[in-house]
Write a protein that binds this ligand. Structure first.
Ligand code: G3P
Ligand code: CA
Length: 328
């Protein structure tokens, strides 16, 4: 589906049409349903939903990602003051909501509105907005900040309706900071996942974090779910950028999620990870931010997926990555 078509019809209808298209194609081909026991060899992870088309971390963006054929859908997670996990990239609210208009007096002294200072009921009064000015126009339509439970129920409902098993790929944002606020995240994450049936190692879920201690804590709490250790191009990850360092990650994770530029600079990371039994899912592929050295978004995707040999990609444009992954 083209960007123009996707934006030219009501959002809910578009998401539903996309979901039905995907299920129809699958039914017509009479292919087996993907599940965690037979994972696709390379996976498409919808980064913040289909966030290239709709405001990030909204239910319409997640629904569109499902319809566009994502294998997994990513919610970033933070906690509210009353302990609910919500889908939000930042620990702050002002970049992607109208919190400054609804609660003008609730910023901290640093001028930021923290999600951890608001109850879920208060968060529900906010409108979610696209972060980037070049994407979905601000002020058009109405979007909300979803609770994690609402995201899961949407994905599981669409799975039931389409016969496809799309997984979830939640990221705990700033777990150490949350713990210092008196809001431990790991226990609540496992409680919610358990309530919705994500318990076994083969469940269609990857839990991700930039903080190794958080992933270790999840293991200590008894989680068998697959875990991915995120890495960025900053000093704290230097110790992991060797065969030995990557090997150590296997003690608390099942995969790595590096910034894609780390793999351009040091492609041997992929082989070291694979040798350690780790999958490699780089972030973030964006059709509207293609690095100049590539002729097209698809050329960049092919380089990582087929030349470098990664196991999946985080993408804001899951339809485009789906098409490349499925190339004969
Ligand atoms: O989780 C993978 C990727 O999303 C990490 O970066 O900042 O987009 O959450 P960020
Ligand atoms: Ca993320």
């Amino acid at each position: 589906m083209s960007r123009a078509v996707a934006l030219g019809v009501p959002l809910a209808a578009c998401a539903l049409v996309c979901a039905l298209m995907a299920s129809t194609v699958e039914a017509a081909d009479d292919e087996p349903v993907d599940d965690a026991a037979t994972p696709p060899s390379r996976i498409v992870i919808a980064h913040r939903g289909a966030s290239g088309y709709l405001p990030e971390h909204t239910l319409p963006a997640y629904a569109l990602a499902h319809g566009m054929g994502a294998d997994y859908i990513e919610p970033d997670l933070v906690l509210t003051k009353d302990g609910h996990l919500i889908c939000l990239h930042d620990i702050y609210l002002q970049a992607t909501t109208n919190v400054d208009q609804v609660f003008p007096d609730r910023a901290r002294d640093d001028g930021r509105w923290y999600a951890a200072d608001f109850t879920l009921e208060e968060i529900r009064q906010l409108q979610a907005e696209e972060r980037l000015g070049s994407r979905f126009p601000k002020g058009r339509s109405r979007f909300a900040v979803p609770a994690f439970t609402e995201m899961i129920e949407l994905v599981q409902g669409l799975n039931d309706q389409t016969g496809r098993t799309v997984g979830i790929y939640p990221e705990l944002k700033a777990p150490e900071w949350h713990r210092a606020q008196g809001l431990p995240m790991e226990e609540e994450l496992l409680a919610v996942l358990g309530r919705y049936g994500y318990l076994e190692r083969g469940a269609p879920v990857f839990v991700q974090s930039f903080e190794a201690e958080s992933l270790k804590r999840l293991r200590a709490l008894g989680s068998e779910l697959r875990q991915v250790f995120l890495m960025a191009e900053v000093a704290q990850y230097l110790a992991f950028l060797s065969a030995e360092g990557i090997g150590g990650v296997a003690e608390f994770a099942d995969g790595i999620g590096p910034a894609k530029t780390m793999l351009e600079r040091q492609p041997e990371l992929i082989g070291w990870a694979h040798d350690a039994g780790l999958t490699v899912h780089p972030y973030t592929f964006r059709a509207d931010q293609v690095p100049g050295r590539y002729d097209s978004h698809e050329a960049e995707l092919r380089r990582y997926l087929f030349d470098l040999g990664v196991d999946g990609v985080f993408t804001d444009f899951p339809d485009r990555a789906r098409a490349v992954v499925d190339e004969p």
